[in-house]
Design a protein. Structure first.
Length: 146
């Protein structure tokens, strides 16, 4: 198997690595370093390395007040897909969401990200909504774990 190392970015290079993965996987919705810092305050972020090589990142949006719904997102750089890294990131994110009290798990992907949608469907997610963010031309897909 492989030996992934996971880091929760608290700034510095790990946060820059999380941002790099996000912007590489979601090039139509680029974030700034300030955006990443804001997300690190609101969500649980994680970066995955194989040795010193960056392979992916994860995000868990905790349940909002009054809900038991968390969002779990696993992103893997293109050169590292299909090797089980997304599985590891997803499993860690799912466990973290459950620790936060989540009973409902959601995820989100670009409609054009066929590999990401296949991954979500294989893991039991079903589509709940398609939409475009204001000012954007790309379609997003919200999915919920059935």
């Amino acid at each position: 198997m492989f030996d992934l190392r996971f880091v929760e970015p608290d700034g510095g290079s790990a946060l820059e690595d999380w941002l790099h993965v996000h912007n590489s996987v979601i090039p139509t919705h680029l974030l700034s370093l300030d955006d990443a810092r804001d997300r690190a305050r609101r969500h649980t972020l994680e970066v995955a390395y194989l040795g010193d090589v960056l392979v992916g990142c994860g995000t868990v949006r905790p349940p909002a007040d009054g809900t038991r719904t968390a969002t779990v997102i696993a992103r893997v750089l293109a050169d590292h897909r299909g090797q089980g890294y997304g599985e590891a990131l997803y499993a860690r994110g799912l466990a973290r969401a459950r620790e936060m009290g989540a009973e409902v798990i959601e995820t989100v992907a670009l409609a054009a990200n066929e590999a990401g949608l296949r991954f979500a469907h294989r893991h039991g997610f079903v589509e709940t909504e398609r939409y475009r963010l204001p000012g954007e031309t790309v379609e997003w897909v919200d999915l919920r774990l059935a």
